[in-house]
Design a protein around this ligand. Structure first.
Ligand code: FAD
Length: 488
């Protein structure tokens, strides 16, 4: 018994109710919400997960269960008020190898990974065999189960689709405590529901992820624009290059706003005064960020193709580039993390907002949001990402929700704040959403919580009925991932 809930007696030695365990499970990267669970499970096997959920499923008053990867959510998504939080990383201490490479050249390579594994560990393990997953997030200290519950997007999504599109098979412990293997061929309803399913249908304990041969090095570029329309047309040109089957160049396509003259570390010192004065003159510079992978064999052909490609773009004179290793490139945000940690600026509130915006609204979004809200109100220190992707790289059978247009953009407002002023940023996020609503821009939130059930219904749109039906089928007692606040 913990805090009025009855827990499985056979898991007693793995369930912790001490203050340290409760505190660690009551907070997340957002540092905005704190919710105490009644207990925390440190599982060492699938049997533990099954036993925990089955016990709840069979009790007259079921308790809720939240899988917690790294708690890199920002609004309490991995929390369970008065329920049980499962410290998924505990599974990696079970002694068995939880990253196993399989397949062959003819049928394709894959890696079977535990849902609790970090993407950085998946990268390091697969590279030892010269292989790599194809789709990433910008930051790799996230768990496989955590990103697959959302979508997992980054600059590779334009080419390979989100991470959820690069999974062949899953093992999932459902809300009934049953371990089910699923894929497009087997138990497909569960497979599609879980991918992008916000943890609502089961806990991912294994994912089979597509691999391809890895290149060793990366040419990484940034180009600057003063005009949004020119910037996004160039982004769309690069987006289209791969659709014409030109052979995966570029491999990476993103973009961001540059509004802070003190954040110019990427650029050579001699150019910084010029860039700073452009920021002063225009308020916002748009940065097109792109990259191509290569090795010694392909170095020259990649150079030639990039040269050709860049000739068709209209950036301001000067391309800023770096040659880095493949790992340095993929793990770039961790380098920033270490710097911020040293300055005490990592464990601070993160009132983030991530949106998907249909292409038809992106110009109005630039004027209304970037210029008229962010710039006018001087929110120029936040990292703001903006880049396009194709709808056809996503699988519409999956739970993840995207706009209903062939091309859409993602915009990420990655604010950091003090503990006493995160509401100011939250208000700006609300203003952004209100603007979109009034302007008729049909944005979809990514990673985002909704503060009312009808907003979730609106979010899922035509997918809501299936989402609800799958909940009834796989988690009828509404046990899983209560922190998403969809059914609980
Ligand atoms: P948690 O926050 O622990 O969990 C998230 C949700 O998934 C919860 O509802 C939880 O219950 C559920 N869950 C966790 N594990 C499982 C499992 N095994 N099975 C089923 N459900 C589970 N996202 C992107 O797409 N692209 C990015 O580039 C990106 N960059 C980021 C950079 C930083 C610095 C941070 C902090 C986050 C970033 N994210 C990005 C967001 C990230 O994808 C989400 O936070 C995601 O939830 C992964 O975090 P996590 O593994 O800590 O999951």
């Amino acid at each position: 018994m913990a805090n009025n809930i009855t827990l499985p007696p056979n898991l007693q030695d793995k369930i912790h109710t001490d203050a340290d365990a409760i505190e660690a499970a009551s907070t997340d990267f957002g540092h905005i919400i704190t919710k105490n669970p009644a207990a925390v499970l440190f599982p060492s096997s699938m049997e533990d997960l099954k036993a925990l959920i089955r016990f709840s499923f069979n009790s007259s008053v079921p308790y809720t269960v939240a899988a917690k990867g790294q708690a890199h959510s920002v609004h309490g998504e991995a929390m369970a008020t008065n329920g049980v939080v499962v410290e998924m990383t505990s599974l990696s201490k079970s002694g068995s190898n939880r990253i196993v490479i399989g397949g062959d050249k003819a049928s394709g390579f894959y890696v079977d990974v535990g849902g609790e594994q970090l993407w950085i560990d998946v990268l390091n393990a697969t590279l030892q065999k010269g292989l790599t997953p194809v789709s990433w997030t910008d930051y790799l200290y996230l768990t496989v189960g955590g990103t697959l519950s959302n979508a997992g997007i980054s600059g590779q999504t334009h080419l390979k689709g989100p991470q959820i599109n690069n999974v062949n098979e899953l093992d999932v412990v459902t809300g009934k405590g049953e371990l089910v293997t699923c894929s497009k061929q087997e138990n497909s309803e569960l497979f599609y529901a879980v991918l992008g399913g916000l943890g609502q249908f089961g806990i991912i304990t294994r994912a089979r992820i597509v691999l391809q041969p890895a290149k060793t090095k990366v040419k990484w570029f940034r180009m600057l624009y003063t005009d949004f329309d020119t910037f996004r047309k160039d982004q769309e040109k690069l987006l289209a290059v791969n659709e014409s089957g030109s052979g995966e160049i570029p491999n990476f396509l993103e973009g961001q706003l540059l509004m802070d003259p003190n954040s110019l570390d990427f650029y050579p010192p001699e150019d910084r005064p010029r860039i700073a004065s452009l920021i002063k003159q225009y308020g916002i510079l748009y940065v097109l960020e792109t990259a191509s992978y290569y090795d010694d064999r392909t170095k020259h052909s990649v150079d030639k193709k990039l040269h050709q490609l860049f000739k068709s773009l209209s950036y301001l004179p000067s391309i800023y580039s770096k040659n880095v290793t493949y790992v340095e490139f993929l793990d770039r945000v961790h380098t920033d993390e270490l710097v911020l940690r040293k300055k005490g600026l990592w464990e601070v509130p993160h009132p983030w907002l991530n949106l998907f915006i249909p292409k038809s609204g992106i110009q109005a979004f630039n004027n209304g949001v970037f210029k008229n809200i962010l710039l006018k109100q001087n929110f120029t220190k936040s990292i703001v990402l903006v880049y396009p992707m194709y709808r056809n790289k996503w699988d519409d059978n999956m739970s993840a929700v995207i706009p209903d247009e062939e091309i859409f953009y993602t915009a990420g407002f990655l604010h950091s704040s003090g503990f006493d002023n995160w509401q100011v940023f939250d208000n700006i996020n609300k203003e952004i959403l209100e603007f979109c609503d009034k302007a008729g821009i049909k944005v979809k939130k990514y990673l985002g919580y909704q503060d009312a059930k009808d907003k979730w219904i609106d979010h899922f749109g035509s997918k809501w009925k299936t989402f609800q039906d799958m909940k009834t089928q796989f988690d009828p007692k509404m046990i899983l991932s209560p922190g998403q606040r969809i059914f609980n």
